[in-house]
Design a protein around this ligand. Structure first.
Ligand SMILES: Cc1cc2nc3c(=O)[nH]c(=O)nc-3n(C[C@H](O)[C@H](O)[C@H](O)COP(=O)(O)OP(=O)(O)OC[C@H]3O[C@@H](n4cnc5c(N)ncnc54)[C@H](O)[C@@H]3O)c2cc1C
Length: 399
């Protein structure tokens, strides 16, 4: 009689879902289906690089490539509803997928906190398409006006805002040169609602990162609230700031799937989970969706995916289950060319060494998802540039 396999249904093709699938794939006792609404895994940590002249391929990995040769059934669809009694997920295309165990890793969505105009006028870098749209806008604006925008405004001085503020000045200078526009001083403004940059990190790190950004000409406005955006300006602390380029990096909200399907929500709408990352009978919630101490980081999502997979294997052999111990992340934030801040407990490293650690971390991050050779190619693609602008393509070829 053929062996009945334990059906694991994973929803979400990001860091957490993919890691869980890869960990389980080599164990023949499991039948794995992964549903994702994207064909690719978005490698968010390098999206800022894609937005400032880097290749799209550097920040995305096709799921088919990751799962090549593995027994994982990949389905492109969007999970819409959950039937706990029937143990099924129903998708947008009206198909039902049964499970013995369900793992949910759906990631977060952009949150504008209801501030008027942001959804219509601001740019974002949460997907490759958004990064490409921003890049196109930067080139189009130079072509149309033949001078830089009055202000390039980045809202949110968390890691994403800092990474972008560190790479945008060099990128704009470079494309101005390609567009044959005489180099001139330009304004890059970084706006943060709280009193310091990197609100979750120590004060000394915030201070040194601020100094590094100021060296590159970035103007920093802390304790500054964005109140609304129009086509050519942003209202900040009741004053208009002229700009056609506002990049919003300041807020995320949990996937609406959880509120729509009766999950118990905690801080910032994250899902309550127990010591095994279980949110319900046979349902695990991991990564950005789970209310754990370090949720919101790729490192945590990878760790969670591996943790749940390990316990599922132990469960089948009736071994005692492990309890979840949140792992303190290493924070590595680039803030300009060849400069990054590293914070791990009391350890601090700044500058070139920090940047080298970041490069190594990206390589390890790619290798968490791909074999060495493919991870190396993915990592090296950082050296290539990609702009759809024909003027820049010709200028680059000539230089
Ligand atoms: C710009 C940026 C930079 C970042 N930089 C870093 C960094 O340097 N270091 C770090 O540790 N973290 C970083 N992060 C955070 C990190 O990327 C996230 O914590 C991580 O992606 C979370 O993994 P996840 O699996 O929970 O969700 P995700 O990786 O977001 O994956 C969720 C997946 O589910 C899919 N999905 C969503 N809804 C559905 C549905 N209903 N049905 C089917 N599929 C669905 C999504 O399309 C996506 O593929 C960054 C984030 C951003 C936005």
């Amino acid at each position: 009689m053929p062996e009945t396999k334990h059906k694991v249904l994973i929803v979400g093709g990001g860091f957490g879902g993919v890691k869980a699938a890869l960990e389980l794939a080599s164990d023949h006792r499991f039948e794995i289906i992964l549903i994702s609404n994207q064909d690719e895994l978005r490698y968010y940590p390098t999206l800022y690089h894609t937005a400032t002249g880097g290749r799209r391929a550097n920040s995305s990995i096709p799921l088919k490539v990751i799962f090549q040769g593995k027994s994982i059934n990949l389905v492109k669809d969007t999970a819409v509803s959950l039937d706990r009694k029937a143990k099924t997920i129903t998708t947008e295309s009206q198909k039902d997928y049964p499970y013995d165990t369900l793992i949910l890793a759906l990631g977060v969505t952009t949150n504008y906190f209801g501030i008027p105009g942001l959804d219509k006028f601001s740019f974002s870098i949460k997907t490759q398409d958004e990064a490409t749209r921003l890049k196109k806008h930067l080139h189009d604006q130079l072509k149309a006006d033949h001078k830089p925008d009055l202000n390039y405004v980045i809202v949110g001085a968390g890691p994403t805002g800092i990474e972008l503020a560190g790479s945008l000045p060099g990128y704009i200078m470079r494309i101005m040169k390609y567009h044959n526009i005489p180099t001139r001083k330009m304004h890059i403004d970084l706006i943060e609602a709280t009193p310091k940059l990197l609100p979750k990190l120590p004060k000394d790190t915030s201070r040194l990162v601020a100094r590094q950004l100021k060296r590159q000409g970035v103007k920093i406005y802390t304790s500054s609230m964005v109140e609304g955006e129009a086509a050519d300006s942003l209202m900040v602390n009741s004053k208009p700031l002229k700009s056609h380029t506002v990049i919003w990096t300041a807020g995320v909200a949990n996937s609406p799937f959880f509120a729509n399907n009766g999950f118990n929500l905690m801080n910032h709408g994250k899902v309550a989970v127990d010591l095994y990352l279980k949110a319900d009978e046979n349902i695990y919630v991991i990564g950005d969706n789970a209310n754990t101490p370090y949720s919101g980081l790729a490192q945590t999502a990878l760790y969670d995916g591996k943790f749940v997979a390990t316990n599922l294997k132990r469960q089948l052999t009736k071994k005692e289950l492990l309890t979840y111990k949140a792992r303190k992340p290493i924070t590595v934030i680039p803030a300009g060319p060849f400069w990054a801040a590293v914070v791990y407990g009391k350890l601090r490293i700044y500058g070139l060494l920090g940047w080298m650690i970041r490069e190594a971390a990206d390589f390890i991050g790619f290798h968490d998802l791909e074999p060495w050779d493919k991870a190396a190619l993915q990592w090296l693609s950082e050296l290539d540039s990609q702009d759809d602008c024909p003027i820049c393509a010709i200028a680059r070829a000539d230089s």
